[in-house]
Design a protein around this ligand. Structure first.
Ligand SMILES: [Cu+2]
Length: 196
């Protein structure tokens, strides 16, 4: 049974036959993730609207895509090992909007609330206030990734979750270090790439 599955699986992947699987790139460690395996901790810098300036330059219009480090709508997933400490330096790089960062459960598009509140934060992990910090402000967000599973890193500000201001966050057993995966199928090729 196992041998048969092992033979079939690569074929199914090659032909794109697995339902619901979004094409994902190789896991990588971007410049803004620093692992410390000895301490079982990871430091990350996440900038809200990191790409706003790049999109201004490209189109000479204000984009309606709001992002974290150039990613949005789940087109990037950050994966961290279960039990590790996560220390996020959060910076609002927007030219005009307030933003926040919150660990939440996974939401389907249709069930996303208009805004997230403090009670929606998994492990109480969110930047205060949920309505967002102001442009050029910073917050430190520290928590332990205590339970494996799939989560969001989302902006709690009014309408931002439904507008796509979220990325995937997975806590996984047996991972050796924190990595990121870009979901190429959800990343429009005409958009500038995310933060390397
Ligand atoms: Cu936001």
């Amino acid at each position: 049974m196992l041998a048969r599955f092992a033979r079939l699986a690569p074929i199914a992947v090659t032909l794109g036959l697995l339902p619901g699987v979004v094409e994902a790139g190789e896991p990588f460690v971007p410049s803004w993730i620093k692992n410390d395996p000895t301490a079982k901790s990871v430091a990350m810098e996440i900038v809200a609207d990191w790409n706003q300036v790049a999109r201004y330059a490209k189109d000479n219009i204000r984009t309606d895509i709001i992002d974290f480090n150039g990613y949005w709508g789940g087109n990037l997933t950050i994966m961290v090992p279960t039990g590790w400490s996560v220390n996020i330096e959060f910076f609002n790089g927007s030219l005009s909007f307030r933003h926040s960062l919150m660990v939440t459960r996974v939401y389907a598009q249709a069930e996303m609330p208009v805004k997230l509140e403090a009670k929606d934060a998994i492990w109480g992990a969110y930047t205060d206030p949920p309505e967002g910090i102001y442009t050029n402000e910073r917050r430190q967000l520290t928590f332990v990734a205590q339970q494996s599973g799939n989560y969001f890193l989302a902006c709690a500000r009014q309408t931002h979750l439904m507008d796509g201001h979220w990325i995937g966050f997975e806590v996984r057993d047996g991972l050796e270090r924190a990595v990121a995966v870009v979901h190429e199928g959800k990343f429009p090729p005409e958009q500038p790439p995310g933060r390397p």
